[in-house]
Design a binder for this molecule. Structure first.
Ligand SMILES: Cc1ncc(C[n+]2csc(CCOP(=O)(O)OP(=O)(O)O)c2C)c(N)n1
Ligand SMILES: [Mg+2]
Length: 294
């Protein structure tokens, strides 16, 4: 785990009174992100839960300018805002897209891939709650293998694995990629503070438990986020200029501990859990191997 080498700002830029569900991990992530990025930030938010969480016009809980945009266009609109700021000589303001998994893995992917290939000078954040939550818990390509969603009911749970967005992004050869967890605030805030000072395309992926969609106890949101890291299901790493570093080196908890707190996995059989554990172990070994590549 990264040692704390900077002071975390006391000030909370995210305001109280946002409209998230009780136990939602999104405001916590937004709060940590804004501590890392500071007030000179413009947020670009495609249709998602966060469009609601921010509040209804003329109110906004984010504490920084926030632009609501169509779901397919976050990376393109963030690129345009960056170009506009550059034209007026504002190189200080950070432009950050803040999109859900549906808006990133699926509907917004062509804009994201295009902006990455052009190495646009923006930060793109995917807050991943593993389904289209805002419109009714529909499966996305970020939903895990065998997860229940309203479009993958128990009679036919999701039958393909979650798309590996981090390594797809790595193939775009952008300067900075990181995963972050609300259960590891120091590491989380440090990654945003690091990203802020890098030029070019930066991609940060946050796993966010959703009590409504994951069928969990709202008081367990942070615990479940921590278990995702401790089981190796959601490893914490950074890829800087192609070099990968693990930020949390232990993987000492069986995946079952993560699954048993979530109703969306309550139908899993012993053999399913054994198979998933095998996949997680394989993926972990792959990442360890990549950390040794110079
Ligand atoms: C082109 C388009 N298709 C569908 C929608 C409807 N829609 C609005 S929010 C949303 C869910 C987005 O899911 P995700 O990006 O995962 O964010 P979450 O709601 O989970 O926070 C959808 C499908 C839309 N606004 N535009
Ligand atoms: Mg989602």
């Amino acid at each position: 785990m990264n040692k704390r080498i900077f002071e975390i700002p006391e000030e909370d830029i995210l305001c109280k009174g946002h409209m998230a569900c009780i136990g939602c991990g999104v405001p916590l992530a937004m709060k940590f992100m804004l501590k890392g990025l500071g007030r000179k930030t413009i947020l670009v938010v495609p249709a998602s839960c966060n469009s609601v969480i921010d509040g209804t016009y003329p109110f906004s809980a984010s504490g920084v300018p926030l632009v609501h945009v169509p779901i397919a266009a976050a990376a393109a609109i963030a690129s345009g805002i960056r170009a506009g700021l550059d034209m007026i000589g504002d190189i200080e303001t950070t432009v950050a897209a803040w999109a859900g998994d549906g808006g990133t893995y699926d509907i917004g992917f062509q804009a994201l891939s295009g902006a990455s290939e052009r190495n646009e000078n923006i930060i793109y954040v995917c807050y991943d709650n593993e389904a289209y939550m805002n419109t009714g818990i529909h499966r996305s390509s970020a939903s895990p293998f065998l997860a229940w969603t309203t479009t993958t009911p128990l009679s036919s749970p999701k039958n393909v694995p979650k798309k590996n967005i981090d390594f797809i992004m790595a193939e775009h050869k952008i300067p900075y990629i990181a995963t972050a967890s609300i259960a590891f605030p120091d590491d989380f805030i440090k990654k945003f503070a690091t990203a802020k000072n890098i030029r070019g395309m930066r991609f940060i992926h946050i796993l966010i438990p959703c009590q409504a969609g994951w069928k969990t106890n709202p008081s367990k949101t942070v615990k479940i986020a921590r278990l995702a890291v401790q089981t190796g299901i959601f490893p914490l790493f950074e890829i800087k200029s192609g070099k990968i570093t693990l930020n949390y080196n232990e993987k000492d908890v069986p995946v079952e501990e993560y699954f048993k707190l979530q109703g969306r996995f309550s139908h899993l059989k012993k053999k399913d859990i054994i198979n998933i554990q095998r996949d997680v172990d394989r993926n972990w070994k792959r990442i360890i191997k990549l950390t040794k590549v110079v």
